[in-house]
Write a protein that binds this ligand. Structure first.
Ligand SMILES: Cc1ncc(COP(=O)(O)O)c(C=O)c1O
Length: 382
């Protein structure tokens, strides 16, 4: 069967990278580890590649798939999510403004503070729970990049991508969306008006907690995109061939894994919504969530596998629940097939605004009833 972009995303994902090798009949693409690529007797390159820091076949397979999934002009693969994010912000010039939410992936916010201080860039943070806050924060002509995350990690507040794109464009800025927890199977950020979409492929894209990678997809291969390419090539943040091959393998099951995690997270959120030992359950799939209506509009196939619970009490009570869990693994990261629990206030910077009683849950693909039973017993014993 031939793949076409008219087929559904789960079909395109399931067949990712399949090209029948004429000499062996092999279905799966090979790993090409060569760092260098030869020239012929006329000193012309034999193939399309020169040197693997610039481009290599396994990286290209993932980039083609990522651009296709997000309906972008081009995609770039990086050695980690942070390598991709830092490459984007390397393009901001002195005196310009970067706008981002107060609550977001803290590692990215730490980097924004660091680069802003050194380059005389204005970093302005806005409250993602206030729909008017972004408009008040963007400075026309000065703003270069508005960077949002939605749902926001780890409170899962929802930001309206279409509205943010309109505000960014009116100010002369671009909109970048960190869609790590809302991969293209659920959210099409470029179609909603974003200029750049980012995925920490370490999470849902790969889904098996066994590699770090980052993906950027652009709506247009414009001047900024050429600069981002330049930064990747010269800073060397490219992925190795084996990891790229492994990532493509992980991506083939993205639709299945995401659907399962989303269904289970919704069951868990509903089950614990009024639990006496919980102050709140934060999940955009709950009708009571303040961002539910926007989430319904921009998340088409499930609300994702990420939710947080706020334990009645403080850090002590939340940590007691975390250590009593038997199935959830107490570890950082998200989007893998195994469920994880994390006390974010213990790992984020002292500037973090995350509440001390919050536990972040990354729901995997286990039987949801087992996850519910584990949470019940941990809450009982805490
Ligand atoms: C929402 C989000 N963005 C970006 C990153 C950074 O990605 P990486 O760890 O692959 O560098 C993470 C990592 O936890 C994340 O959760």
């Amino acid at each position: 069967m031939t793949r076409t972009s008219d087929q559904s995303m789960s079909t395109r994902l399931a067949h990712a990278g399949y090209t029948i090798d004429k000499s062996t009949g092999a279905v799966i693409p090979p790993i090409q580890p060569s760092t260098t690529f030869a020239r012929d007797e006329n000193y012309e390159l034999i193939g399309d590649y020169v040197y693997s820091r610039t481009q290599s076949p396994n990286n290209e397979h993932v980039e083609q798939l990522a651009a296709d999934l997000d309906n972008g002009a081009e995609a770039l693969l990086f050695s980690s999510g942070m390598a991709a994010i830092t490459s984007v912000f390397e393009t901001v010039k002195m005196g310009q403004q970067i706008v981002a939410p107060t609550i977001m992936y803290y590692g990215a916010q730490d980097w924004l503070r660091w680069i802003a201080e050194r380059r005389n860039i204005e970093l302005s943070l806005f409250d993602p729970t206030d729909p008017e806050a972004l408009q008040r924060t963007i400075k026309p002509k000065k703003a270069a990049i508005v960077w949002i995350e939605t749902p926001v990690n780890p409170t899962w507040d929802v930001i309206d991508i279409e509205q943010a794109a309109g505000l960014a464009h009116a100010a002369g800025a671009i909109l970048g969306v960190d869609a790590t927890v809302a991969p293209p199977v659920t959210t099409q950020a470029l179609q909603l008006g974003a200029d750049l979409v980012f995925h920490s492929a370490t999470k849902y894209m790969n889904g098996h907690s066994d590699l770090t990678a980052g993906i950027l997809v652009t709506k247009q291969a414009d001047a900024r995109w050429q600069e981002i390419k330049f930064v990747r090539e010269h800073s060397g943040g490219v992925l190795g061939s084996f990891e790229a091959w492994l990532l493509l393998r992980g991506m083939r099951t993205l639709a299945l894994r995401f659907e399962r995690a989303s269904n289970s997270a919704l069951k868990i959120a509903r089950h614990f919504a009024n639990h006496p030992k919980l102050e709140a359950v934060l999940y955009p799939g709950l009708e009571s969530h303040p961002g539910h209506a926007i989430a319904r509009r921009q998340m088409r196939n499930g609300f994702g596998g990420m939710l947080s619970i706020c334990v009645t009490g403080g850090a002590k009570e939340a940590l007691a629940v975390a250590v009593n869990l038997k199935l959830f693994i107490p570890a950082t990261s998200l989007g893998g097939v195994e469920s994880l629990v994390e006390h974010r206030a213990s790992v984020e910077s002292p500037l973090s605004k995350v509440k001390p009683n919050l536990l972040r849950l990354s729901i995997g693909i286990e039987e949801p009833a087992d996850l519910i039973a584990d949470l019940e017993q941990a809450l009982d014993h805490a």
